[in-house]
Ligand binder design. Structure first.
Ligand code: ASP
Length: 477
């Protein structure tokens, strides 16, 4: 007999079915035992009658969260037992057979309820259990629906999704790179992409014109509570689009997405306000102002675009100019002398996408004139031969006919946490890391074998063994 899902049982009244899932709860009521069976579709009430001693005895002893298989007849519930809170609330399964497929030990925490009160490190260590709770399953499902919507929308707009490499070379997005040692070329390293920035620009040189990717980005930043070392963004690049055409595309995407998937939400203002950096800094002293009228209302979405950012910012730490966005951003002038002489005055075709006080994306038109690009690198303190070594591939590509291009990259994690009213982005990521980038479930990062190091030509030197230190500390206590 083929297994059916619990929410399908309403179509099987009077018929025999087979269902499988987890024991959500057991209630023993003298001559009757109720088991709530949980599967991906929801909950089904199962009844064990005392008269059927053989299976009654098994049901009595089954531990919650065990995986079971049941056969029996779907009956309508007596009128006074109907539970309209669940999809299958008008029926129940009268069990005839029970098979325990896998017995569960007592779980480290309950998977009923929203779980906010449980220690988060514990939830992360047993993430596969934490994900059993309905809220977390709903979050993952919504994440999938949002991503599917984006894909469908962009496909209809003529975009194509292209995968770009994870093992690559450093791309400056203002953070530190994660490095991967090369075994075949000892002493050399790949970098994990901080974003697919250079690849997507090279796809424009290739003539793809409308690219997108649900892209994973890696940034080795210092510990911060609500950041992840790897995160996902909807990466977009276009050729021949004006800044306004890019903003319009994003605006249409998010309006239709909210209408379709989050109809209970109210978008505060359409079209989304376009505010200049100067304006918002003067008015709100923030480049990601929270423009909601009522900041307590959980269903209000105040989207906005912040435009006309300065091109450069002075880095006191490094005593040099840095790009506010990244060096590929196009200054609002082609005057190379001016760029070099007065970097503080140069505005950029750069825009941020903000929502309820968060930056949920950013992008820019790109410099496609190699001379301007070199001038920008120079302002940022790069030497000529260094520019060639680091960005020669891009400058070379721009010698062969490059279209004016630009793009944007809205983040997926932050947007989801806002529309799902979650307190942080870890709640919308299946397997998140802690603020200091540890994967508590897998135990990463971790040491590797001496043999692996040797193969890579690496040697660990002068680093105190943290595990040993921790152990000693514990012993002392
Ligand atoms: N690569 C940029 C980022 O990750 C986005 C862009 O300019 O398209 O922030």
């Amino acid at each position: 007999m083929k297994r059916i899902l619990s929410n399908e049982t309403i179509n099987y009244i009077g018929k025999e079915v087979k269902v499988c899932g987890w024991v959500n709860s057991i209630r023993v009521h003298g001559k009757i035992i109720f088991i709530d069976l949980r599967d991906i579709s929801g909950i089904l009430q199962v009844v064990f009658d005392y008269k059927n001693q053989e299976i009654y005895k098994i049901a009595e002893k089954v531990k919650p969260e065990s995986v079971i298989e049941l056969k029996g007849i779907i009956n309508e519930r007596p009128k006074n037992m109907i539970n309209l809170k669940i999809k299958t609330g008008e029926v129940e399964l009268l069990a005839k057979e029970i098979k325990i497929l896998s017995k569960a030990e007592t779980l480290p925490f309950s998977v009923e309820g929203d779980g906010y009160d449980i220690n988060e490190e514990k939830r992360m260590k047993y993430r596969y259990l934490d994900l059993r709770r309905e809220r977390m399953k709903r979050n993952l499902k919504t994440r999938f629906e949002v991503i599917s919507f984006m894909r469908d929308f962009l496909k209809k707009e003529g975009f194509i999704e292209v995968e770009t490499p994870i093992l690559t070379k450093s791309t400056p997005e203002g953070a530190r790179d994660f490095l991967v040692p090369s075994r075949l070329e000892k002493g050399k390293f790949y970098a994990l992409p901080q974003s697919p920035q250079q690849y997507k620009q090279l796809l424009m040189v290739a003539g793809l014109e409308k690219y997108f990717q649900i892209a994973r980005c890696f940034r080795d930043e210092d510990p911060r509570a609500d950041r992840q070392a790897e995160f996902t963004q909807l990466d977009i690049e276009t050729s021949f689009y004006s800044q306004e055409e890019i903003l319009d595309l994003i605006e249409r995407l998010y309006i239709s997405l909210v209408k379709e998937l989050f109809p209970e939400k109210k978008i505060q203002k359409i079209p989304f306000p376009r505010l200049t950096y100067k304006e918002v800094m003067e008015k709100y002293n923030s480049d990601k102002p929270d423009l909601r009228m009522d900041k307590n209302s959980k269903d209000e979405l105040a989207f906005a675009f912040i435009v006309d950012f300065p091109m450069f910012v002075w880095s006191e730490e490094e005593k040099r100019w840095d790009a506010v966005h990244h060096p590929f951003t196009r200054p609002q002038t082609d005057n190379i002398k001016e760029i070099k002489k007065n970097p503080e005055n140069i505005l950029a075709y750069q825009y941020d996408f903000v929502l309820n006080g968060y930056e949920i994306g950013g992008g820019s038109l790109r410099t496609y004139n190699p001379e301007v690009l070199e001038a920008v690198f120079e302002v940022m303190g790069h030497k000529k031969d260094e520019i060639k070594e680091k960005f020669g591939h891009l400058l070379k590509a721009f010698e062969y006919g490059v279209p004016p291009h630009g793009g944007i990259a809205p983040g997926i994690d932050r947007f989801l946490s806002i529309v799902l009213n979650e307190p942080n982005i870890r709640e919308v990521i299946a397997f998140p890391k802690t603020g200091d980038s540890r994967d508590l479930m897998m135990g990463a990062p971790d040491k590797v074998d001496e043999k692996q190091l040797k193969e890579l030509g690496l040697e660990i030197k002068g680093i105190k063994d943290k595990d040993k230190k921790d152990k000693k500390k514990k012993e002392k206590k």
